[in-house]
Design a protein around this ligand. Structure first.
Ligand code: CAO
Length: 563
């Protein structure tokens, strides 16, 4: 057993730092590198990680406390043998026992000397030491062309452990940003060019010196090294600079990342931002409770809880997830619980998804199939000998193919983002088949390339396979349009549900003899009810009416299918 003291690390300044959040409690098990507390100085927030795996023995500080480098934060009881290497490291470094990542809050280092600056006195600045880690640019709060004062934040960077604001070392006007929001940067990368004020501009370095006596030495060393490198490679530096200008257009501050938590106007540490991102919480919606209006993890949890509560208070008559309250029906009489078959359960999910996501409209029409039915009966007798049943459905599918060629939009799918229509050059037609195990939709591939007889034959084969539970997944995939026929059963009309990702489905009800006026007299005609449901995002009502009418005309005079 070895007790490790975890202390406040060097925060790059002699100034006191605030303990804004304690992420663990006594007795917690932690892994090496787990964040323990969040410290915040005027310019940086730092998560102090565990130097080794172990158990939190005691916490020696309180949230809100003001601390100095070396102050004891907590004691970690490390039992894990695997961490012995780290323990040795720690004991060799007793001054900074368990010293975590240190974030230097240096101002932007200047990468070119004054002599390199052009006549407009433009200076280029690089990313300062940010604890040797790569960081992401999460905010560029000033726009190109805007004035900037010394110490004003030029960029906000976020590494795995810290959020760091890079302040301006000079006052002037932003000439260009050489990085974009979201870009990863390292120490020494040029990131901004500033047109320095000629009259009465505050010199960055003197200002910085008075601000940060302790970190001045290393910061200046690093700056002068950077400047030295830049001046020996003046030409290269200038060339890189101009290339960078061309390749990396300046990013105005108004250009925000799509990440919900890139807002630097919100004060929050990396762990809090990570948590907010995981939960999809926009930080600027959260009421902060930490010092200096800092958002804490508890604030996020409170926000999520209150959002959930307010949602649950809203009427939930229709649940988009299909979750409705369970009801105990046995309280009113005897019941029998029958689990849904796999097919039924699968269909239920698919039908529900289509029902709630697709704006459905159903167009009704009637087709006069008097002649078609007479013809079908005539040839049915011929094909009966060949054991092929020429069904009305086969003619319907053939007619649908001809109509799809005339109205290609009905043979399409909407892309997931709803911005693109995928038009298909093939015609695979599905048909709803009622089986003892539930509804399935086998697909006749390239139905447009097949004759009515071939379609009829395939319909018979697929229907038998469906009833015998022998359909393969491929037999039911890739459909472009579906036909659901209830004609063999009865009914006058119904509203079928679009078989997503298709955009339309034809429902067919039972044909019946009806008196139809032929301008001179009523004539008995065999009328077939058609019900076309369609996705109104893709298909307009007028086109649906045209499609259905066209279909009816094809069925009334089937010779037209040959044209
Ligand atoms: N009008 C009048 N009679 C019809 C008809 C119609 N529209 N469609 C079929 N019939 C008659 C046929 O003439 C046949 O009669 P005979 O046996 O006297 O010849 C009888 O009904 C059975 O028809 P069929 O054998 O030709 O079968 P089908 O091609 O109509 O249907 C199939 C095959 C697989 C589609 C069907 O068995 C089925 O499962 N239908 C149900 C589909 C379903 O459940 N849809 C709802 C899904 S939810 O949208």
């Amino acid at each position: 057993m070895l007790m490790l003291e975890v202390k406040v690390p060097d925060m790059g300044s002699d100034d006191a730092v605030d303990l804004v959040e304690i992420l663990v409690k006594a007795g917690d098990q932690v892994e090496a590198e787990d964040s323990l507390v969040v410290l915040e100085s005027a310019k940086a927030s730092v998560e102090v990680p565990a130097p080794a795996a172990g158990t939190i023995q005691s916490i020696n500080v309180k949230t809100g406390q003001s601390l100095q480098e070396g102050d004891l934060l907590l004691i970690l009881d490390t039992k894990d043998e695997g961490s012995s290497e780290q323990r040795n490291d720690q004991s060799n470094n007793d001054e900074n026992a368990s010293t975590p990542v240190v974030q230097d809050t240096s101002e932007a280092s200047e990468s070119t000397s004054e002599q390199d600056s052009n006549s407009k006195n433009v200076r280029h600045f690089t990313i300062p030491d940010i604890g040797g880690e790569q960081a992401d640019v999460i905010e560029l709060p000033i726009a190109v062309g805007d004035r900037v004062e010394v110490e004003q934040t030029l960029a906000v960077l976020e590494s795995a452990k810290a959020t760091v604001e890079i302040p301006a070392a000079v006052s002037g006007t932003i000439e260009a940003f050489l990085v974009k929001v979201g870009q990863s940067v390292n120490e020494g990368n040029q990131f901004v060019s500033i047109l320095v004020d000629t009259n009465g501009s505050t010199d960055s370095k003197s200002s910085a010196k008075t601000e940060k006596p302790k970190s001045e030495e290393p910061a200046n060393e690093s700056t002068s090294q950077t400047a030295g490198r830049a001046s020996t490679n003046t030409q290269n530096a200038q060339q890189t600079q101009s290339e960078a200008k061309q390749n990396s257009p300046a990013v105005p501050s108004s250009q925000k990342s799509t990440d919900v938590n890139f807002s630097a106007s919100v004060h929050a540490g990396p762990a809090v931002r990570r948590l907010a991102n995981e939960l999809g919480v926009a930080l600027d919606q959260v009421t902060p409770s930490g010092p200096r209006d800092r958002v804490l993890k508890d604030d996020i949890h409170r926000f999520v809880k209150s959002e959930l509560q307010s949602q649950s208070k809203q009427p939930s008559v229709v649940s988009t997830t299909g979750q409705l309250p369970s009801v105990d029906f046995s309280q009113w009489g005897e019941i029998d619980n029958q689990p849904l078959s796999k097919i039924q359960a699968l269909s239920a999910g698919n039908l529900h998804r289509a029902w709630v996501t697709i704006p459905h409209v159903t167009q009704f029409d009637e087709a006069d199939i008097t002649e078609l039915e007479a013809f079908r009966k005539q040839i049915s007798a011929e094909y009966k000998a060949k054991n092929i049943k020429i069904t009305l459905l086969a003619f319907l599918i053939k007619a649908v193919c001809v109509a799809l060629s005339e109205f290609p939009r009905f043979n399409s799918s909407l892309s997931a983002d709803g911005k693109t229509l995928v038009l298909k050059k093939y015609q695979h037609i599905g048909f709803a088949a009622d089986t003892p195990f539930g509804l399935v939709v086998p697909v006749i591939r390239d139905a447009d390339q097949k004759s009515v007889v071939e379609i009829a034959q395939e319909l018979g084969e697929l229907s038998s396979k469906a009833r015998d539970k022998k359909l393969s997944p491929r037999d039911m995939q890739g459909g472009c349009f579906s036909v659901s026929s209830l004609g063999g059963i009865g009914g006058t009309a119904f509203t079928p549900i679009v078989n997503w990702p298709e955009v339309a489905i034809l429902g067919v009800s039972r044909s019946s003899l009806q008196p139809v006026w032929n301008n001179q007299s009523f004539e008995p005609r065999l009328m077939l009810p058609l019900s076309l449901s369609y996705d109104h995002r893709v298909i307009d009502g007028a086109d649906a009416a045209r499609f259905t009418r066209y279909l009816a005309i094809l069925l009334t005079d089937s010779r037209r299918m040959l044209l």
